[in-house]
Design a protein around this ligand. Structure first.
Ligand code: SF4
Length: 442
């Protein structure tokens, strides 16, 4: 039995794709192993969203050589594989396979060829491919990531995704519900629906509102989340479905990218600052206690001091609970490469702005979190905490990380905790009903 190891970089969609690939290879007779030592097949599932993500993978491919014996097959999959295709075979002689996100069905077949010494690049888009018959081998024992949509029809000028994952297409609602039932039977009660612009989901008959209601109605689904939505696709129907469906958690990750309408226009985000504020207000009015996290790009070409100040005021006025901040990274093949060079923001200016925004975000989040000390809430224990013996990492419905005392037998169960402290970003909590699992909704 050949041993396969998959190493995953990038977003949750990539993690989900790795689960699908691993499931497919196990069904084909491979054995999954947790590290590269002793692997007969090493697959590196890659991200192309930022330059440094690709550089990291190139460095890692070099490092992996020391784990490879003469016959080990090294394959590169995912967005970087799609973007570079056969160029990866030319630049690295140890790479035998380059496989894009729509070609994972052919992996067992391609591996057979690679074992015979052949080298392949498979990067065609397949607009019908949803891997419906694959049995994902899930890495997470607490929540299930379920892809509902592949590709993206937006063309944000900085983003490589439409070119690496192709046009948007959605799975049938019945297929998503069937997979949800299967994962609940396996004991998982938290579902995360995945798509590049997940709330633009449509299978031709049903929209994202229908999907939320249908998945939320599956007996045993206690928590329902989704990522990542686009602000333009929050119809009244979707917001009503979020508010009405008990399982939908009171948290939304709502990428803003910039607080300046001028910059948003240059990014081709297709909404203004006012539209974004309006979307936030509509959701907050419908869903009491909603927490909001976001993504922001700093130093987009043409971003002036005034534009940046608008991002600062948006962060202050909206009061995000957390944010992923990124320095702009130019990606080959994206429309942003056509902006005139004089629009590029100097690195030192980008760094200053990034540091200011980061400090403002941290301080705002800390103040909000301090106000919540003493609150009681239900948490789902996800895993052992990184630091500290007998400490566990748990998550509230509104996506707060809470560190609680306990042992591994509590992982995957729900508890009530009281928030006792905060570092500013995470909380510590004390169990209120010691080790009493709340019943799973049915
Ligand atoms: S919506 Fe924009 S940022 Fe998101 S995947 Fe599509 S093109 Fe990229």
């Amino acid at each position: 039995m050949l041993k396969v190891y998959i190493e995953t970089y990038g977003c949750q969609m990539n993690v989900s794709d790795s689960e699908l690939m691993l499931g497919k290879l196990i069904a084909a007779g491979y054995e999954s192993i947790a590290g590269p030592e002793g692997a007969d097949v090493i697959l590196v599932n890659t991200c192309a969203i930022r330059e440094n993500a690709e550089q990291r993978v190139i460095g890692r491919l070099g490092e992996l050589r020391r784990f490879m014996h003469r016959d080990t097959i090294l394959g590169v999959t995912g967005c970087m594989a799609q973007r570079l295709g056969p160029r990866l075979l030319e630049t690295d002689s140890r790479v035998s396979l380059v496989v894009g996100p729509d070609a994972y069905r052919s992996l067992p077949h391609l591996l057979e060829g690679a074992i015979k010494g052949e080298r392949f690049s498979a990067t065609d888009f397949d607009l019908e491919e949803h891997y419906e018959d694959f049995q994902a081998k899930r890495f997470d024992g607490v929540k299930a990531w379920i892809p509902v949509q592949r590709g993206c029809d937006y063309r944000c000028t900085y983003c490589i995704v439409p070119y690496t994952r192709g046009p948007e297409r959605s799975r049938k609602l019945e297929d998503v519900v069937r997979e949800t039932r299967e994962v609940v039977e396996q004991g998982l009660s938290e579902i995360v629906l995945l798509g590049q612009t997940v709330n633009s989901y449509t299978d031709g008959t049903h929209d994202f509102a229908d999907l939320l209601r249908a998945v939320g109605a599956v007996p045993g689904v206690k928590r329902l989340r989704y990522t990542s939505p686009h602000p333009n696709d929050f119809s009244d129907r979707v917001i009503a479905a979020m508010a009405d469906t008990a399982a939908v958690c009171e948290h939304v990750h709502l990428p803003m990218q910039s607080g300046s309408s001028r910059t948003l226009k240059r990014m081709l985000r297709r909404y203004s600052r006012e539209d974004y504020f309006n979307c936030v207000a509509r959701m907050r009015a419908a869903i009491p206690g909603l927490t909001i996290t976001t993504d922001i790009i700093v130093g987009f070409p043409g971003e002036t001091d005034d534009d940046f100040e608008e991002t600062m005021t948006a962060v202050r006025d909206i009061g995000f609970d957390d944010a992923f901040l990124f320095k702009f990274s130019m990606r080959e093949g994206t429309p942003a490469t056509r902006f005139p060079a004089e629009l590029l923001v100097p690195d030192d200016v980008v760094t200053l702005r990034f540091d200011r925004l980061h400090a403002a975000m941290r301080s705002g989040a800390r103040q909000r979190n301090m106000r919540r000390l003493g609150e009681r809430m239900e948490v789902l224990v996800e895993k052992e905490a990184r630091k500290g013996d007998d400490m566990l990492q748990a998550r509230s419905r509104d996506y707060k990380t809470v560190i609680v005392p306990g042992d591994a037998s509590m992982i995957g169960k729900y508890f009530t905790v009281e928030l006792t402290g905060t570092t500013g970003s995470t909380f510590t909590g004390a169990l209120v009903h010691e080790r009493r699992a709340l019943p799973v909704a049915s």
